[in-house]
Design a protein around this ligand. Structure first.
Ligand code: IDP
Ligand code: MG
Length: 376
């Protein structure tokens, strides 16, 4: 086999039993989608080369957390020159913002991002304070439109995302189109600003203009240490909790599911991406332990990659939203309740696209678990 067919990464896995961070070489063979793991410290094969359909070439980039046979692996380094050249050279991170005028269309914008081949690695709905908006746009403080821009940016929630892809900084800006939405409609009618923007100031979305700005702007919304950045928009009242499960996120369904929820007239008052550790998933699913036969499979699914948590807000949210999710088993849902989320997006009882709060009295607690406890 020529090295052309093989990627190598250094991957870390936290072994909860030994309370140790373990290191492996992870090999991925593009030809047949097989993986192999080698224990670097103990010099032995840890996983013999095995076909594994759930891992895709697109998942393999530095910093990503992937799931291989229920182990969550963190890709911390390239394992050889070839992989670094091939994967590393063009991958960039950028900041994408859905601005207040387009938050109502966030499902379609997320869908466009994912369908264009980007990966969303962080996501958070926030409401900026005036000071935060002024800081974020400080490069424009002497411009005549600065005041209007700041007022617009604090007029409602926005959704901040870290987006990764080949030449993400320029390709995301290309997808955005010209700054002015009207010009975008005449010059680039398929662009995001053409489709979702309003005018010169209210133009649906933002993209960093260079690698350096991207680093600074990502740090603003998703600080790497200490400070937590702008806070999430959860209100913790008249609400219920929805989790878009990791399998659905990794299948690229986030935008479609968000769209379906909005089309069914639910209000999404907070949204954020989380990667669950096993201990957290156990705490969150505690009530199902010993009650639901699939409990341990549910845990594995919830920890298998990033999930997206939503606060859904309205007076009767727990009941009406639960009805809209449909029966737990998507097969049954497709027969009995074909218009529900699980009928549309579920694959199996465990991979059933979404979790929703079961009991109305647990709704606020579940929303708090994500947006208060895990967000800390
Ligand atoms: P960009 O968002 O395409 O990078 P910038 O020139 O950095 O455009 O401007 C930041 C934001 O300020 C724009 O997205 C738009 O919301 C607003 N803006 C820019 N130029 C004007 C203008 O001439 N009139 C009104 N608003 C503007
Ligand atoms: Mg700009």
């Amino acid at each position: 086999m020529s090295e052309e067919d093989r990627y190598v990464f250094i991957a870390e896995w936290y072994d909860p039993n030994a309370a140790l961070q373990r290191r492996y070489q992870l090999f991925f063979y593009t030809k047949d989608g097989s993986v192999e793991m080698y224990d670097v410290k103990n010099h032995r094969v840890f996983l013999r080369r095995t076909k594994y359909d759930e891992l895709h070439k697109e998942d393999l980039f530095l910093g990503n957390k992937i799931n291989v046979f229920s182990r969550q692996l963190h890709l911390v380094d390239y394992g050889d020159q070839y992989t670094s050249r091939k994967v590393g050279s063009k991958k960039e991170k950028t900041l994408a913002l859905i601005k207040p005028d387009a938050v109502i269309k966030m499902g379609s914008i997320i869908e466009t991002i994912l369908d264009s081949g980007f990966t969303i690695t962080k996501m958070k709905m926030v409401l900026l304070s005036r000071k935060e908006a002024m800081d974020f746009y400080n490069e424009h403080q002497s411009k005549p439109f600065f005041n209007d821009l700041v007022n617009f940016m604090i007029s409602g929630p926005i959704v901040a995302m870290e987006v990764i892809g080949d030449e993400a900084v320029s390709s995301w800006r290309k997808l955005l189109g010209p700054t002015n939405s009207s010009i975008a409609r005449s010059e680039s009618p398929e662009s995001i600003r053409a489709k979702f923007g309003t005018d010169g100031t209210k133009n649906a979305a933002h993209g960093s203009d260079s690698i350096a700005s991207a680093a600074r702007e990502l740090e603003f919304f998703f600080p790497s240490s200490g400070d937590r950045g702008p806070k999430n928009t959860a209100n913790f009242k008249d609400c219920t909790c929805c989790i878009i499960k990791p399998h659905a996120v990794s299948e690229g369904l986030t935008g479609k599911i968000v769209n379906a929820i909005l089309d069914a007239d639910f209000k999404i008052s907070a949204i954020q991406m989380f990667t669950m550790e096993k201990a957290n998933a156990e705490e969150f699913y505690e009530v199902y332990k010993g009650v639901v036969a699939e409990y341990s499979d549910m845990l594995v699914e919830l920890c298998s990659g990033p999930c997206v948590a939503l606060e859904i807000q309205e007076a009767n949210a727990p009941k009406r939203f639960r009805d809209y999710c449909g029966p737990t088993d998507p097969e049954i849902a497709r027969h009995l309740r074909p218009k529900t989320l699980r009928a549309h997006f579920g694959k199996s009882k465990i991979k059933n696209a979404v979790h929703c709060t079961d009991l109305p009295e647990d709704a606020v607690l579940e929303v708090q678990y994500f947006f208060k406890i895990l967000d800390n």
